[in-house]
Design a protein around this ligand. Structure first.
Ligand SMILES: [Mn+2]
Length: 383
């Protein structure tokens, strides 16, 4: 007999961004993110799998707003009513660091067919389609010690020789070692890829936002929407996994979501403001930008050229987009001169002083480190 699983992750309900508002006064990106999950559930009900695994970050935060909670509950009830078991492991975005805070996933307790897993390692045994299926679950933990002890439990538990037809692992983790897939978030859990190699028929990972096959049995489904420009070129969707005597089949099912374009950076060195605008026009004309999220990067632009750019013209060029970002990578010399002239703000100054007085290993290029640091500080302050 075969076993059909839908694997998805990182829906981030409650995420919002940009200023665009819907007719009903809601943040448009927040609504986009709900729609993506709604469509995912539509697809799942078409596919009618034996089991659904959501590998974490259903919610974007520890305290999602009431709309996000209501939306999630309604979709999860659709699944529950269709008698499809859903394993829901918690991700780092929705897991609080303090136990006093309480976990939002507790609202899913006692709903038929729904198995929320949070704050503890769990093995769930189900009988599906006449098959005995064990699902080993590693959700996000409050701290590293709890995570490590969950891995010990997993090692012991999964090495037991029991009568099981299918053994499935799901975890909300980045990976470390031979293959590195990380989101570079402070609380992310990292699993050595070596641990993934043995003993499971399928491994459903969440956390990394792109669809990736790591090993024949190990996949990130990726997120259901795009949450940053680094994801601009990713297709988003869910995985339809079929396990059976005839082997394993994994199909990526794409979801229809809003377009995002991160244009190739425009090198502004030796260009006049007029030439930069002309270049922009040509670039934009090649793409359909309507209702999409757009980013234009101006590389090597000096601040006096930037200040003389015709922004009303740029606004007109990009007016059909849902949102546009203009990113500037300022000339290297300017970062230093602005530091010397003390025109920059307190945090940058503090950081520069710190680097200047700090004794670093000789191999480390102070100038480069300072430049990188200032760039990050600028980026954070801009956003
Ligand atoms: Mn995550």
């Amino acid at each position: 007999m075969t076993l059909k699983i839908v694997h998805l992750a990182d829906t981030h309900l409650g995420f919002s961004a940009y200023r665009k508002i819907t007719k009903d006064g809601l943040n448009q990106r927040e609504v986009d993110v709900y729609n993506a999950f709604g469509r995912a559930v539509d697809k799942i009900l078409e596919i009618k799998p034996d089991l659904i695994i959501h590998a974490g970050d259903l919610f974007d935060s520890v305290r999602p707003n009431n709309r996000a909670i209501k939306f999630a509950l309604n979709q999860i009830l659709r699944i529950s009513k269709n008698d499809i078991p859903l394993i829901l492991i918690a991700g780092n975005h929705e897991t609080p660091k303090l136990s006093e805070t309480g976990h939002i996933f507790s609202i899913f307790e006692h709903i038929k067919n729904i198995y929320p897993v949070y704050d503890e390692y769990r093995r769930i045994n189900l009988s599906l389609n006449g098959e005995r299926v064990s699902i080993f679950c590693i959700p996000q933990f409050k701290n590293r010690d709890e995570f490590n002890s969950s891995l010990d439990k997993l090692r012991k538990d999964s090495s037991k020789d029991e009568n099981v037809d299918y053994r499935i692992l799901t975890a909300h983790v980045g990976t470390a070692g031979l293959y590195e897939f990380r989101m570079n978030e402070l609380n992310e859990q990292l699993l050595p890829v070596g641990m993934l190699k043995s003993g499971f028929d399928y491994i459903a990972l969440g956390h990394f936002h792109r669809f990736v096959k790591i090993f024949d049995n190990t996949f990130y489904s990726g997120s259901t929407e795009r949450f940053s420009f680094t994801e601009a070129n990713d297709e988003k969707g869910l995985l339809e996994v079929t396990l059976g005597d005839g082997g394993k089949e994994v199909n990526f099912v794409a979801l229809e979501i809003r377009g995002m374009i991160d244009f190739e950076p425009i090198d502004c060195a030796n260009k006049t403001p007029g030439e930069i605008i002309t270049f922009m026009k040509e670039m934009i004309a090649k793409e359909d930008i309507r209702n999409k999220i757009i980013r234009l990067t101006l590389k090597n632009i000096s601040s006096h050229i930037y200040r003389t750019l015709d922004f009303s013209e740029i606004k007109q060029l990009l007016g059909d987009a849902l949102h546009f970002d203009i990113k500037t990578d300022v000339l290297e010399e300017e970062i230093f001169s602005s530091y010397k002239n003390a025109r920059i703000d307190v945090l940058s100054k503090e950081f520069s002083k710190f680097i200047e007085n700090y004794s670093l290993d000789k191999n480390i290029d102070k100038k480069k480190l300072l430049k990188m640091g200032l760039k990050y500080i600028n980026r954070v302050e801009e956003s």
